[in-house]
Design a protein around this ligand. Structure first.
Ligand SMILES: [Zn+2]
Length: 395
């Protein structure tokens, strides 16, 4: 409970600190039908906004600089031309709403109504059906706008040069991407952040390794930025932390995933596919990145990294036995984008599954996650200590 309280205080403090200057989004709704759909956003004061389109899949992105959402963002229900929508922070002080489109749309009208007490300010966006060609042309025109609105990768906090091996902890999801939601309403992005903060504290207290988090609050970080934090800081290890949902609600228990082009099983494949959609959910264009660099040295490094990742995954599973309820098949493989740093051993840790009622209850329990964070901290320390004595490539 203490940890949960500490976490809630942290969240509230962040919210209060932010609300001093931000324009608050109080409500939003869809009106109309498939002929004409209106999207309305209620805000404290008249907002600035940028609208852009993305294809593959078709989305309409509304960026609201200096805005925040009142209360926890819940995904909205679709109507008319909009099949679904979600909202949240894409970066500190940068709010974003992403409308998933059921068909190509044209923005036929947008306007802002200034607040007249007791009515709030309103941003109104009217959509009508259009052809795929017209929509694609608009996507092309919006591209530079998209690039401007997109959050620049945040430079990490300055690192003290402790000389200690660096471990990057990556709390999954955040901001506009809530991740999975349990039946009791617990959100994955909160579970992962709480655990990463506890683990970082544990590592820092032991003083053998330097932890670095890819996010320390409720903001969005793209998958490639997460990988870059590990690469740019020459991390000795990268641990991505998750608590997803899977279709099979009886599946429970902690599972460690490593990178593999071929998934070990169907569940792992489905999970990786879901995880890899994070950037799409957040309204980012997916650039075609050449996946593999044809270079023999990079290839060798990649192979050694994969071997090290597997070795760590196996020892981690062993070290987790006492503190965790383990999944019946606790080491699985799939093609997770976030595990693709060629030179940093990387694993993805599912703490449990929010689709399982017992796991969700465990995440809410009073004792969570002290013993579990301790177990992971000791496992990471002993793995890297072994690597050091074996003269492996640990900075
Ligand atoms: Zn996840």
């Amino acid at each position: 409970m203490r940890n949960m309280l500490r976490f809630l205080c942290f969240v509230m403090a962040t919210a209060i600190a932010g609300s001093a200057w931000a324009n608050i989004v109080a409500d939003m709704r869809l009106i109309g039908d498939a002929e004409r759909t209106r999207f309305v956003v209620d805000m404290e004061t008249s907002p600035e906004y940028v609208i852009s389109r993305l294809s593959d899949p078709d989305r309409l992105i509304i960026d609201l600089p200096d805005a925040e959402f009142d209360g926890p963002p819940e995904p909205g229900e679709g109507r008319g031309l909009v099949s679904d929508y979600r909202y949240g922070l894409i970066a500190p002080g940068k709010a974003r709403i992403v409308l998933d489109l059921g068909a190509p749309v044209e923005v036929v009208n947008t306007f802002v109504l200034d607040p007249v007490s007791p009515e709030p300010a309103r941003l109104v966006i009217d959509l009508a059906p259009t052809s795929t060609e017209q929509f694609q042309a608009a996507v092309g025109r919006d591209r530079p706008q998209q690039a401007r609105a997109r959050a620049a990768p945040r430079p990490g906090p300055p690192l003290a040069d402790t000389g200690l091996p660096l471990v990057v902890l990556d709390p999954g999801h955040g901001g506009i991407d809530s991740g999975a939601v349990g039946q009791g309403g617990l959100r994955e992005k909160e579970v992962t952040l709480e655990f990463a903060l506890a683990l970082a504290q544990e590592l820092r207290a032991a003083g053998k390794l330097e932890p670095l988090l890819t996010r320390e609050d409720d903001t969005f970080v793209s998958l490639s930025d997460r990988v870059d934090v590990a690469r740019d800081n020459q991390a000795a290890l990268f641990v991505s932390i998750h608590a997803d949902t899977v279709r099979q609600d009886y599946v429970r228990g902690a599972t460690v995933y490593t990178l593999s082009d071929d998934a070990s099983d169907e569940l792992a494949a489905a999970l990786a596919e879901r995880e890899n959609r994070s950037d799409i959910l957040a309204g980012l264009a997916i650039e075609d990145q050449p996946d593999e660099v044809a270079d023999i040295l990079v290839d060798l490094a990649r192979r050694e990294t994969r071997n090290l990742s597997v070795r760590f995954a196996k020892s981690l599973v062993g070290d987790m036995e006492d503190a965790f309820t383990l999944n019946s098949n606790p080491w699985r493989r799939a093609a997770f984008k976030v595990l693709k740093a060629p030179e940093v051993p990387s694993v993805l840790l599912e703490l449990g599954y929010l689709s399982n009622a017992e796991d969700e209850e465990m995440f809410r329990s009073e004792k969570w996650p002290e013993a579990q964070a301790k177990a992971i901290a000791r496992a990471v320390e002993s793995f890297l200590a072994d690597q050091l004595t074996a003269g492996k490539r640990v900075p």
